[in-house]
Design a protein around this ligand. Structure first.
Ligand code: SF4
Length: 232
């Protein structure tokens, strides 16, 4: 079995509840959405990127070997990201089984548009679910799907991570969180931005909004440190 890989690298988790944790990242290729502000368009936008150059098909055993090598004696968190990793949920299972046997804790990042099957649900320690708002430019029917969002709302190991581009997004986040009855303690909202100055400027209105609602404020540490550099 093989996975369609965009990139593999070791770094710190830059977002969400495990921010700062040393991790190995498996970035999978392809996405079922097309966010206008996406900072990983090289995983899916074949009008502007060359798929032949960007995607490599790698056998699961070889991916596991590369992850272990990248982790060295340190990192024991695996972050599967994308693109949309759930497009390859069946291929991912043997990789996650293998790496958990090596002692890795597994986080999977997803837009919450595909319901996990029991096989993958059993081998994921933490879901980082990032439903997309209208400001992402995707059609509502594509970005908000009731069945998977209901599944993730009911999963105690799923943190919801939302990206706000402006204050206008807050009402939509309020609505989403209320519709799916997501506990405030499981909600992280972070500003959209691909440079540190934009993130800081947007934090000015986002921090008070988070305090008011009991949400965690998140930033994008990798963007603060490295901007939009790839493989960081
Ligand atoms: Fe990019 Fe993620 Fe949106 Fe896909 S869901 S287009 S990878 S930001």
């Amino acid at each position: 079995m093989a996975l369609r890989i965009s990139e593999l690298f070791a770094s710190i988790q830059g977002e969400g509840p495990s921010v700062g944790v040393p991790s190995v990242f498996v970035r999978l290729a392809e996405c079922n959405l097309a966010c206008t502000w996406c900072d990983t368009k090289y995983t899916w936008d074949w009008e502007h990127y060359d798929r032949e150059r960007e995607v490599r098909e790698v056998a699961v055993d070889d991916v596991a070997e590369e992850v272990v090598e990248l982790a060295g004696a340190g990192a024991r968190t695996l972050v599967v990201t994308g693109g949309e990793p759930m497009l390859q949920q069946f291929e991912l299972v043997p990789l996650l089984v293998k790496l958990r046997a090596f002692g890795f804790r597994v986080e999977v990042e997803t837009s919450g548009t595909i319901t996990p099957e029991p096989a993958i649900a059993a081998v994921v320690d933490q879901w980082n679910v990032s439903p997309k708002l209208a400001s992402s430019g995707n059609k509502r029917t594509a970005r908000l799907r009731a069945a998977p969002l209901g599944w993730f709302a009911a999963a105690p190991n799923a943190g919801w991570k939302l990206v706000a581009t402006s204050e206008a997004d807050l009402a939509e986040i309020d609505d989403l969180v209320a519709t799916y009855a997501v506990p405030a303690a499981r909600v992280t909202v972070m500003p959209e931005g691909t440079d540190a100055a934009t993130l800081a400027e947007r934090a000015r209105w986002l921090v008070p909004a988070c305090v008011q609602r009991g949400w965690r404020f998140g930033t994008r540490m990798h963007v603060v440190l490295w901007g939009s550099e790839r493989g960081r």
